[in-house]
Design a protein around this ligand. Sequence first.
Ligand code: HEM
Length: 241
Amino acid sequence: MALLVIIGTLVDIIHKKNVKYFFENAKKAKKSATREIGTGERFSIIAKTVVYDIGTTSELGAGKRRAAHLLGMYGTILFWVASVVMIFCYSSSSSTTPVAWPIIWHIGALMTVLGGCWFWFFLRVDVYSEAQPWYRIIKADLFVLALIATSLFGLIWSYLQFLNLNDRWDDKVFLVLYIFSNLALFGGVYWSKFAHMFYKPGAALQKNLAEADGSRDNLPPESDAPEKFGLGIKREAPKHY
Ligand code: HEM
């Protein structure tokens, strides 16, 4: 799985040339820097970016979008960490898994299903702002749907294990679905939005450094003129992208 993520992301980087653009842009912006950032300040910018911008996905602002994302993101992290620990530390028949790990695995899966479904059914831009029906599926949904599927099939499979079906035919169906959804999630990195979890932190760090050194990604400084957008701005909360 780790190998699939690395290969998928590298092929994506080569295809999109996004990292090349990112570094060229950062180099260009550096030329318009108005001040030098010291080591201490650089360290505190990195720490703030990790804890605040990445850890709380601040880019999504306050509200439902951020809450749904945090639920899904931390759910996925818990689910993956618990899976790795249980597979690599406690999979032999002689080992006893501490009870905390299956609990973390189930809580993580539940959070991912809730956060993912909240986003997919209600907050997705196609549905929220473009009036598309919730059941319209496009390639861009691959990531969120595969993410929901892995956790949901994992939970159902776990429940069937709990029922002790003794190898009845449906005992294995959800294990097979769980395996296939994981293959789609990790094998689909090149086609899905999986890699945003690496790109977004890089972009947040670059933005914060560019603000601190005055280069502002070559954008003009913020205006200090009064905000005049006309009365229309108050008619509807902004939700068009
Ligand atoms: C384990 C890590 C993560 C998971 C599982 C995750 C999951 C998701 C999912 C399922 C979506 C919806 C994708 C879609 O448009 O179909 C999404 C969107 C997004 N993610 Fe993440 N993400 C993670 C990490 C991050 C990080 C670290 C950041 C930023 C620092 C981030 C920022 C965003 C943003 C800005 C969107 C767009 C949201 C929107 O359109 O409302 N994500 N993420």
